[in-house]
Ligand binder design. Structure first.
Ligand code: F6P
Length: 522
């Protein structure tokens, strides 16, 4: 298949990169605000401030057709092995379609387990109720579930608290457990492979922490540990009881696993299983929209196409995700993994080097905090950063205020910032692109909807670029190098005089050898 940048459609877009001025577009097209927006059940998506006109929009849709986007989306939903390098299907959508027997069986087992823990039917080894849930995992075994937990804190079951331990840095474990009673604590070891070094290290430390506190009570692991993994035999070998191991499948990518047991187990214990099911319904709503809506009204498709226009034709390599809602403070971090681990690739799905930019650097903070941090560059910097604003009609908290409320103060900025970027102000140049997503309220349904929107937007770009958005060999190198230096540290443990050579580590030998001596290089 020809690479997308050698197609006529790509060249037409390239030729059409004429200066688009938003002020002129809005002045000349009275229907722009209405026509460059999509209203679907549960959300309103406004892309009228993006640097596109009707011609660009039409050309982008042609590019999607040339890339056979519709067929690729259908292949994904049909369970074809589109993840060619790992010979796997990509079926995270099956986790929330409620039509898979094996998925429904796992969900039923999770429902029973979470109900027993919450009701006190499953107590700790010393007979105490388990109320501290600690999910140990990293990357996709952490970021999506943490986004959802943070977004839905108002929905937490009274008395239940959920924490995440991800980093191998011992301060993560120490600070997340320092104030907890081990007798009331349940660890969930979440790892698709059950081999990730950080997670295994934290799991071993958790095991020691519980055994020490419970004086090696024989039921310590049985009562205080559960696991989520595709590698059940490894979880069993760790000592976790089979009835406390919840599986998922290799057709669920790590960064796409929040609606599998990876998210279901910790979130059902924290929010209740019924609440987690609503998350699934929200994600499924967006899946159906993505699968069935014609591209000119398809929100993830249009988001992906505009991203490509900004990255490959206007040269904007970063994107800011600016949720005007504190509860979405962990959405940027989750989006970073979904976007940058999926599309940070330099070869296409046939293994050929790509001749264009793929991926994008995504960052973000909730509004209005970001306004007091990095918006100076966004408004007046020499580089343009397309922004995505997310806002809600309702707040999650009612502070019984009179006059203008906190939420209205927040939303005043949600509405003002995109206009300031688009149209400028005094010595603000303006003509800076953004999109806005407006939803009714942040609840389990819309939190799930936003998760699915994030997943499909990244997939659209990979499909059009012709890369494999579903493998992640780039992270394997880091893991291998980490293990090599870990071996050096063990050698130094055995022989305090052991040093690494300049030949082996031309850049890091000085610092590494002084680390062995527990001091800074002289
Ligand atoms: O970052 C690399 C990666 O493999 C991610 O794709 C994955 O989400 C994370 O590490 C954790 O992997 P596991 O769930 O197997 O512990």
């Amino acid at each position: 298949m020809e690479q997308i940048n050698s197609t006529k459609e790509w060249q037409e877009l390239n030729n059409y990169r004429n200066k688009i001025n938003l002020k002129e577009l809005f002045n000349s097209d009275p229907n722009r605000a209405k026509d460059f927006a999509i209203r679907t059940q549960h959300l309103y998506y406004d892309f009228s401030r993006q640097l596109i006109d009707r011609k660009v929009f039409e050309l982008l849709l042609k590019l999607a057709d040339k890339a056979k986007l519709k067929e690729k989306i259908s292949s994904m939903f049909a369970g074809e092995k589109i993840n060619k390098t790992e010979n796997r299907a990509v079926l995270h959508t099956a986790l929330r379609s409620f039509s898979s027997t094996e998925v429904n069986e796992v969900l039923s087992k999770i429902e029973q387990f979470s109900c027993k823990v919450i009701s006190g039917g499953h107590l700790g080894a010393t007979g105490k109720k388990l109320k501290n849930i600690i999910s140990i995992g990293i990357g996709g075994s952490y970021l999506g579930p943490e986004y959802l937990a943070q977004a839905l804190r108002p929905y937490a079951i009274k008395g239940m608290n959920l924490r995440f331990i991800a980093n191998v840095d011992g301060s993560d474990f120490a600070e997340k457990t320092i104030d907890l009673n081990p007798e009331e604590t349940l660890f969930i070891v979440v790892s698709k492979t059950f081999t990730t070094a950080e997670t295994m290290k934290n799991a071993e430390t958790a095991k020691k922490w519980i055994l020490k506190a419970l004086n090696n009570h024989p039921e310590s692991i049985l009562k205080h540990f559960a696991a989520v993994s595709t590698a059940k035999e490894k979880a069993t070998a760790f000592g976790i009881a089979p009835e406390n191991i919840f599986g998922f499948w290799d057709w669920v990518g790590g960064r796409f696993s929040a609606t599998s047991a990876v998210g279901a187990v910790p979130l059902s214990l924290y929010l209740g299983f019924e609440c987690f099911k609503i998350i699934l319904h929200g994600a499924s709503f967006m899946d159906e929209h993505f699968k069935n809506t014609s591209f000119e009204k398809n929100i993830p498709v249009i988001c992906g196409l505009i991203d490509i226009w900004n990255i490959n034709f206007l040269g904007f390599k970063t994107r800011a995700l600016l949720p005007y809602f504190q509860g979405l403070s962990k959405l940027p971090a989750h989006t970073q993994q979904v976007e940058m681990e999926s599309n940070g690739k330099m070869v296409d799905i046939e293994g050929r080097p790509v001749g264009f930019d793929t991926g994008e650097v995504v960052f973000g903070e909730p509004g209005t905090n970001g306004q007091h941090s990095f918006y100076q560059l966004i408004h007046q910097g020499t580089q343009t950063i397309p922004c995505d604003f997310i806002g809600f009609i309702k707040s999650q908290y009612n502070l019984n205020e009179d006059g203008i409320t906190h939420h209205e103060e927040l939303m005043a900025n949600f509405f003002a910032q995109p206009d300031a970027l688009a149209f400028g102000h005094k010595n603000f140049p303006g003509n800076r692109p953004s999109s806005s997503l407006l939803l009714e309220e942040l609840n389990p349904f819309t939190a799930g909807l936003l998760l699915s929107w994030t997943e499909h937007r990244a997939a659209v770009k990979g499909f059009i670029w012709g890369i494999n958005s579903f493998d992640q060999f780039g992270v394997e190198l880091g893991k291998v190098l980490g293990l090599k230096i870990r071996e050096e540290i063990i050698k130094n443990h055995k022989n305090k005089d052991y040093k690494v050579s300049k030949e082996s580590y031309p850049a890091s030998h000085v610092a590494l050898n002084s680390f062995f001596e527990k001091k800074l290089p002289s």
